[in-house]
Design a protein around this ligand. Sequence first.
Ligand code: SAM
Length: 188
Amino acid sequence: MHMNAYVCAHSSPPDAILRELAHETAEWYPGEVSLPIAPEQGTFMTILTRLIGARSAIEIGTFTGYSSICLARKYWDRAGLGGKIELRLGPALDTVRALPGTPQFDLAFIDADKTGYLAYWNEVVPRVRPGGAILVDNTFSHGRVLDAGNESELVQAVRDFNDHAAADDRVEVIMLPLGDGLTLARKK
Ligand SMILES: C[S@@+](CC[C@H](N)C(=O)[O-])C[C@H]1O[C@@H](n2cnc3c(N)ncnc32)[C@H](O)[C@@H]1O
């Protein structure tokens, strides 16, 4: 058995709505099935959200909404959003910059275009309250961060981001080997 299958088999599974959403997403976007976060990442995010008692969260990079549900535990369409999720479509950097610069979020999740990670990070960190959490997906870039021969813009951007986050005095950081690498930071 592959270690990842073992991890999933010993972790709380996604609920029926998430399974249905993952299934439909795979049908709609057959070539992009890895865009939603991995199920075990979703379970981790749900537990983390509950552990820190997060009331407000920002997600940068939403796709079909899998991780949004893990953060908010709301059924996007089925519950009519219930006023809990506000979707803002548009270039994410503009969207975040339009928000007040004050600490207002308990949790942030960055999962949009990888070349923008550093810029998103620098906009998001001041907007997360002390003690709040910041999650960043795909920080392994499918293992390519270790491939010295890979000098693509995307991979270099992820490497630069990882170096920056690890050295950022405003946060404590741990890279978790969940999915394609999930970086967890706690704002000091
Ligand atoms: C990896 S997917 C997000 C997956 C999502 N977190 C989930 O679990 O289902 C990345 C998303 O970011 C969006 N995106 C990419 N670049 C963006 C940008 N500059 N501004 C806003 N959204 C962007 C893409 O359209 C896509 O929906």
